[in-house]
Design a protein around this ligand. Sequence first.
Ligand SMILES: Nc1nc2c(ncn2[C@@H]2O[C@H](COP(=O)(O)OP(=O)(O)O)[C@@H](O)[C@H]2O)c(=O)[nH]1
Ligand SMILES: [Mg+2]
Length: 238
Amino acid sequence: MPESPRRSLRLGVAGPVGTGKSSLIATVCRTLASELSLGVVTNDIYTDEDARFLRSAGVLAEDRIRAVETGACPHTAIRDDVTPNLIAVEALEADYALDVVLVESGGDNLTATFSPALVDAQLFVLDVAGGGDVARKGGPGIARADLLVVNKTDLGPYVGVDVAQMVVDATAARDGRPVLALSRTDAASVAALADWVRSVLAARRAGTHTPVDPGPMAPHTHADGADHAHDHSRAHAH
Ligand SMILES: Nc1nc2c(ncn2[C@@H]2O[C@H](COP(=O)(O)OP(=O)(O)O)[C@@H](O)[C@H]2O)c(=O)[nH]1
Ligand SMILES: [Mg+2]
């Protein structure tokens, strides 16, 4: 079936809680909203906190920012059953002629990634405050997301992290895939992030962008054990 002319570039933003995903999305919107038509879908477990934050940042019209409440473990909604997210993305695309939709994951551990059924490309966000060794721990997002962001580089001196070394370690874990050292206080890094979004959009429009599945989650258990009723055995065996 031919793709709808209104189909946007769907860009996933994954990474642990607090690494700066919502802030990064706000920065992308602030930087690109004057040249591209943008929309955002957030994934919160029980609230629409991220959508509220982004709406209050005032970077896009409020209705261009939609919340999906996942109600369970966030990686389920971006990987195993992407239907509620796809519905939200397609509704945005139907309402606006969009160039790019950014989908923020609910924030999980180091191993949650988006299914290529939901997004065309994805960023994985780490921050320097999470420790300089985190990039070496690997995992599908760190190793194979389309772009790895090492965020909050401005905090390096305060948390005793050598940002340059962290970028070297991250690059080594990625087999040549790109790593971006980012801080919202560093205009050059923000410009580089915007350029990356533009380049993926251009590649997708030229038909030269191939969505990549970073791979399933590693086996894991959940702290809430017996009460945890979801099943994501398609992605991995417990
Ligand atoms: N110092 C610094 N703080 C940042 C930066 N980006 C985000 N933050 C802060 O990090 C915290 C978590 O950011 P948020 O975007 O909510 O993270 P999320 O949970 O991944 O969506 C907030 O207090 C942000 O203000 C940055 O570039 N530098
Ligand atoms: Mg957030």
